[in-house]
Design a protein around this ligand. Structure first.
Ligand code: CA
Length: 226
């Protein structure tokens, strides 16, 4: 049975575009164009995940999330406006599972939906660790271990590794990684990705004699066990 996704978004053009892409991916989609209707539908049940815009008429996304969380642990991905770091933090504090900054690439949204659904379907919900081979990431504790040994990573290294792990086995382009980890407002070169991949390799692959981070020439990077 396909997953049903509730999309709460008042920009109708964007909502229609996302709906079309989600349906193409095999999801069932229901739309709400304001917060009140969104909350009502979310509480009515039957959805696997909610995509929730923050700036909404009638009830803000944050208020919808707060009220929803009193009754339901359904996965929620917030759609935030560019640069609103406060929204992101507030959203995650209020119990959102993830957020994505607008404008977003649809591939990025799909990857986050898959990752969120995957995390939730595991036993124990949110605490399912991300892993590849002997490497384990505990997102809640912001901790990475290889064979049980703690590895110190900077914030960016951690975020990059997390994104690779959430898409384990999938080749990600430099652009996709840049968008996901640095955000759309980042002005710079895609070789920032290469630089941080080098840092990760040195701390993970080289330090432990592993081969987890692979370059796919002309395409990008993938994390997987050899
Ligand atoms: Ca809006």
């Amino acid at each position: 049975m396909s997953d049903r996704i509730l999309l709460v978004e008042d920009e109708e053009k964007l909502a229609r575009m996302v709906e079309m892409e989600l349906k193409y991916e095999g999801y069932e989609v229901e739309k709400a164009f304001d917060g009140r209707r969104g909350l009502e539908l979310a509480l009515s049940g039957g959805f696997s995940l909610v995509l929730l815009d923050i700036m909404l008429p009638q009830l803000s996304g944050m208020e919808v999330l707060r009220r929803l969380r009193r009754e339901s642990q359904i996965p929620v991905i917030m759609l935030t406006a560019r640069d609103s770091v406060v929204d992101k933090v507030a959203g995650l504090d209020s119990g959102a599972d993830d957020y994505i900054t607008k404008p977003f690439a649809i591939e990025e949204l799909l990857a986050r939906i898959r990752a969120t659904l995957r995390n939730k379907s595991g036993q124990g919900g949110q605490d399912v660790p991300l892993s590849v081979g002997p490497l384990v990431m505990d997102v809640e504790r912001h901790q990475v271990t290889v064979r049980g040994i703690n590895v110190e990573l900077t914030k960016k290294e951690f975020d990059l590794l997390r994104h690779l792990l959430e898409n384990k086995g999938r080749v990600l382009s430099r652009e996709a990684l840049l968008d996901a980890v640095w955000g759309f407002d980042f002005v710079g070169e895609t070789n920032s990705v290469d630089v941080y991949i080098r840092f990760l390799r040195s701390k993970l692959d080289d330090a432990f004699g592993l081969k987890l981070i692979h370059t796919v020439r002309g395409v990008g990077y993938v994390i997987k066990e050899d």
